[in-house]
Design a protein around this ligand. Structure first.
Ligand SMILES: *Cc1c(COP(=O)(O)O)cnc(C)c1O
Length: 396
């Protein structure tokens, strides 16, 4: 008990949130300009944002939507995924990745991840393929690209599209190629915690012109092309519904934020990379942790810094470790509760604990430390100090 007072040494004075958006006067002025323009929904700024995003990701088309979830849903719908189909994805993702398959009547089939980069294991994907498989949805976990060449080979051999969930991976590269230019379609998230934010928003990129056209139509009720502009001077009142589409368009208010965030994105990633390097350096000598690895053939977007505890070295479990960090005034998160462990997925599809042991072990041991551009180096050092102190204190 005599050691307990030492705990106060590793406590920050103020609470450091787990994530926070980086918004400057440039974004604010652009939003105000949009409001003053009177064109608030999808319009010129959304079109401009799409053009710049396509150029940035080196994709031929970028379709702006109101979330990554919407983007994934659009892509699967445009590819004709439907009743009785199977879609292979990772269990170590946010539920939205699998939910969208369910929305279309398809069955989410999970393939376990690799322990090194937390990404879907191409061998497990191969084993999960059946005659009903219609698509593969890899997730670039934490911003570290999946083994795309292996996945593309498998997809080609079985004539399957790849829809990438790049919610974490805007700005990442795989073997020199931008994420967004590789798979059949790639969905990005601009949710408030992500590397680039528009508050809520997303984008789908593709190099397939027909698929792009279908996604554009489905994005706005299934109206024929450019019907959104019917209130502009070029528009007419007439439109046709060519499919039962969705209401998934981005607004110009969101695009106004996105235009400036995109300009700043490479700088954002640079800061994230630097902070991740500080964490890696500070924890390198500690046998209580497994640190994130970066494969040599990728440029990591560093959306998340996921520290993995080695339970055999510690007297406290992950939940207690997080509680100790919270007491030290440091916010954290866990990525992710594996999708197959959620009640809906257990009850509907019969999944249970033990089905995907690598993803489950990562979930049991993972802590996402604060990693964002509005935190200072001092903040990073305070996280390091607390994390090291807690590990030393509770070491076996
Ligand atoms: C955030 C996230 C999503 C959902 O993004 P939204 O823009 O909120 O719809 C999907 N997949 C992963 C892996 C995510 O982290």
């Amino acid at each position: 008990m005599t050691q307990i007072p030492q705990e106060t040494n590793w406590r920050r004075a103020d609470f450091l949130p787990y994530a926070r958006a980086d918004i400057t006067e440039a974004e604010i002025a652009e939003v105000v300009d949009t409001l003053r323009s009177g064109w608030l929904s999808m319009g010129p700024k959304t079109i401009e944002f799409e053009k710049r995003f396509a150029a940035y990701t080196n994709a031929t088309d970028a379709i702006a939507v109101n979330s990554c979830t919407a983007g994934l849903h659009l892509a699967l719908a445009a590819l004709g995924i439907g009743d009785g189909d199977e879609v292979i994805t990772t269990p170590l993702t946010f539920a939205a990745t699998a939910n969208v398959a369910v929305h279309l009547g398809a069955r989410p089939v999970f393939a376990d991840v690799r322990a090194d980069d937390f990404n879907i294991d191409p061998h497990a994907v191969e084993r999960a393929i059946t005659p009903r498989t219609r698509a593969i949805i890899p997730v670039h976990m934490a911003g570290h690209p999946c083994r795309m060449d292996e996945l593309l080979d498998i997809a080609a051999a079985h004539n399957l599209p790849i829809v990438e969930d790049a919610a974490h991976a805007v700005g990442a590269r795989y073997r020199g190629k931008m994420i967004g230019s590789i798979g059949t379609a790639t969905a990005f998230s601009f949710y408030v915690t992500k590397n680039l934010t528009t508050g809520e928003g997303g984008m789908v990129t593709t190099n397939d012109a027909d698929l792009a056209e279908t996604m554009r139509t489905l994005r706005l009720h299934g109206m024929n092309r450019d019907a959104w502009a019917r209130y502009s001077d070029k528009g007419t009142w007439y439109y046709e519904i060519t499919a039962a589409g969705y209401k998934y368009n981005m607004t110009d208010i969101a695009a106004a934020i996105g235009l400036h965030q995109l300009r700043r994105l490479n700088d954002f990633i640079e800061v994230r990379r630097h902070y991740a390097a500080l964490y890696n350096e500070a924890f390198a000598d500690m046998d209580t942790f497994v640190l994130p690895t970066t494969r040599a053939d990728v440029e990591h977007a560093w959306h998340l810094y996921i520290l993995r505890l080695r339970p055999e070295t510690l007297r406290i479990d992950r939940a207690a470790f997080i509680e100790k960090l919270r007491e030290a005034n440091i916010g954290t998160s866990v990525h992710f509760i594996p999708v197959h462990l959620h009640p809906y997925y257990r009850d509907t599809f019969g999944y249970q604990r033990g089905d995907f042991p690598v993803a489950e072990a990562i979930f049991d041991q993972a802590i996402s430390l604060p990693l964002y551009t509005t935190m200072t180096e001092e903040d990073v050092f305070s996280v390091i100090e607390a994390t090291r102190a807690i590990a030393h204190h509770y070491r076996r």
